[in-house]
Design a protein around this ligand. Structure first.
Ligand code: PHE
Ligand code: FE
Length: 295
């Protein structure tokens, strides 16, 4: 969820042939081709040129702990031995995006559904559908962090509840601006923890260094009111002071939060409010030029 789900080749209305009722499939690791493994290695090596000084420590530690080094698409069974031991999470293979309720149920049970397929060599720089590189390289390292691991499980439970309350749209924005595109304040400066950023070579640099986007302090209700774009670099990033803060803010009861959102208007992405904590007031030059990656 929280990721777009139209026009995509890997979106299905019901579990496709070969998938279980919970939409999982065998990873079929032996069937990946040489070209597919090489695509992983290329993507991995490009990220290691940009991430050591930009990704947060929990992410970099997670990469090491899972031994995701660039020898090819990892075997989920091997990742799961370490991941299960560290935080009780496992990675399960799915054919593509799964319905919200299925997604939430996996998260609530500490299972992360990861796309089984990998992008083609022509799609190295951009793919809207989450493939195995985005899902495993981008998301799974953070799941080795005990606090983030708890956050993701709580999010799954929160999703089930938000669905019942008709507030999924607000909760999806929380996912977008934390799990996918979150930044973190550290003594060394801003660092990336969002999977959508760490799995993108160009956005890894843009998110931290470009003058265009706004970088604002994380505020739960503010984030849940903020629209987002799925087709280009973000125009706004939210900065958390720590993972502990994120977990503390989100484990509180959202019923009053949802009630407060009832009458609140959605905020356009370029908005900066007088109440925002501003790390960077962006020029929005990139978006005004028309965007789409010519940084
Ligand atoms: N605290 C939220 C609720 O009461 C659940 C939640 C936790 C949502 C963590 C997102 C992240 O619904
Ligand atoms: Fe994702």
């Amino acid at each position: 969820m929280a990721e777009p789900r139209s026009d995509f080749a890997h979106v299905f209305d019901a579990p496709p042939p070969g998938a279980a009722a919970d939409w999982t499939i065998p990873q079929g690791w032996d069937a990946y081709t040489e070209v597919e493994h090489r695509t992983w290695v290329t993507l991995y090596e490009r990220q290691m040129k940009v991430l050591p000084s930009r990704a947060c420590d929990p992410f970099l530690r997670g990469l090491d702990a899972l031994d995701l080094h660039g020898s090819g698409i990892p075997d989920f069974a091997r990742i799961n031995e370490a991941l299960q031991r560290l935080t009780g999470w496992t990675v399960v293979a799915v054919p593509g995006l799964v319905p919200d309720d299925v997604f939430f149920d996996h998260l609530a049970n500490r299972r992360f559904p990861a796309g089984q397929f990998i992008r083609t060599p022509e799609q190295l720089d951009y793919i809207q559908e989450p493939d195995v590189f985005h899902d495993v390289f981008g998301h799974v390292p953070m799941l080795t962090d005990p606090t983030f691991a708890d956050y993701m499980q709580a999010y799954g439970r929160g999703g089930q509840r938000a669905a019942g309350l008709g507030r999924l749209q607000n909760l999806a924005r929380l996912y977008w601006y934390t799990v996918e595109f979150g930044l973190m304040e550290t003594p060394q400066g801003l660092r990336i923890y969002g999977a959508g950023i760490v799995s993108s070579n160009t956005e890894s640099v843009f998110a931290l260094e470009d003058a265009s986007p706004n970088r604002l302090g994380f505020d739960l209700v503010r984030v849940m009111r903020t629209l987002y774009r799925i087709d280009d670099f973000q125009q706004i990033y939210f900065v958390i002071p720590s993972l502990d803060h994120l977990l503390a803010e989100t484990t509180k009861d959202f019923a009053p939060v949802y009630a407060a959102l009832e009458g609140a208007e959605d905020l356009p992405i370029e908005t900066v409010l007088p109440t925002d904590q501003v790390f960077t007031r962006g020029t929005q030059a990139y978006a005004r030029r028309g965007g789409r990656f010519a940084v």
